[in-house]
Design a protein around this ligand. Structure first.
Ligand code: NAD
Length: 246
């Protein structure tokens, strides 16, 4: 479905991002994954290449909060492949801190990783995506509608992601660029896998579809939105949460 496309996936070293990278590779795209550290980027590439030596995957660890750092990598990617078609803004950190315990440092960290990185990567990508009539897909969250009861800046950052998604969809539609978001529910990444059975089982009972989501469930939505099957879809926030919106 993505033969000949070039995709950049931020936060592509593990969890949901790694599943998106794998899905895009399986569908024939060349993928450049971004991570926060060179070591984790190298490890993710090694894992993927061990799985399939034919995968066209490379990676970098730019500072996503620095326009200069991100621009330099996009220039390299364009030089290597000649075009950039898909930007998946997936990097993100969560927060559960009570409002009174919140430090300015944590506030800034969540805002920088979850909002500023999406703004900067999208801004830098636009000239390339104009050329390719490409797509931007952002990772939002099910908490982006009603909030959550702690860690206020996490849901607030995902409300911002939805706002950027809907606004950029309108601003960039005249250039042929589509912008959408996927809003995952509870997804079985390493963090969730480590939780004790006593915590997980009651949690599963709150999910109408009866199970926790897998990273592949999210990657499938990312594939659909990146593909031509979604050619008339822009400005959408697609819930992939087993109906567990709260
Ligand atoms: P994860 O912690 O497994 O992976 C996060 C990725 O983001 C990693 O690749 C990491 O390198 C990258 N990253 C983190 N901080 C960074 C920084 N400062 N600079 C650059 N990259 C950085 O998390 P995940 O569960 O796979 O989450 C991926 C996305 O999905 C996030 O945006 C998260 O908010 C969202 N999400 C996750 C869930 C869930 O249940 N797991 C639910 C809803 C939304």
């Amino acid at each position: 479905m993505l033969e000949g496309k070039v995709a950049i996936v931020t936060g592509g070293t593990r969890g949901i991002g790694l599943a998106i990278v794998k899905k895009y590779l399986q569908e024939g795209a060349c993928v450049v994954l971004f991570g926060s550290k060179e070591e984790t980027v190298t490890k993710a590439i090694e894992t993927l290449k061990n799985e399939n030596g034919e995968y066209k995957v490379s990676g970098y660890a730019p500072d996503l909060t620095s326009e200069e750092s991100v621009r330099e990598i996009f220039e390299r990617v364009e030089k290597q492949f000649g075009h950039i078609d898909i930007l998946a803004n997936n990097a993100g950190i969560s927060s559960k801190t009570h409002i009174l315990a919140y430090t300015e440092e944590e506030y800034e960290n969540v805002v920088n990783v979850n909002i500023k990185s999406v703004f900067i990567c999208s801004k830098v990508a636009v000239p390339y995506l104009k050329e390719s009539k490409g797509v931007i897909i952002n990772t939002s969250s099910m908490v982006s509608t009603y909030g959550q009861s702690s860690g206020v800046m996490y849901p607030a950052s995902k409300f911002a992601v939805n706002g950027m998604t809907k606004s950029l969809a309108r601003e960039l539609a005249p250039f042929g660029i589509r912008v959408n978001a996927v809003a995952p529910g509870i997804i079985e990444t390493d963090m969730v896998k480590q939780l004790p059975k006593e915590m997980i089982e009651p949690l599963i009972k709150t999910i109408p579809i009866g199970r926790i989501g897998t990273p592949e469930d999210i990657a499938n939505a990312y594939l659909f939105l990146a593909s031509d099957l979604a050619s008339y879809i822009t400005g959408a926030i697609l819930p992939v949460d087993g109906a567990s919106r709260s």
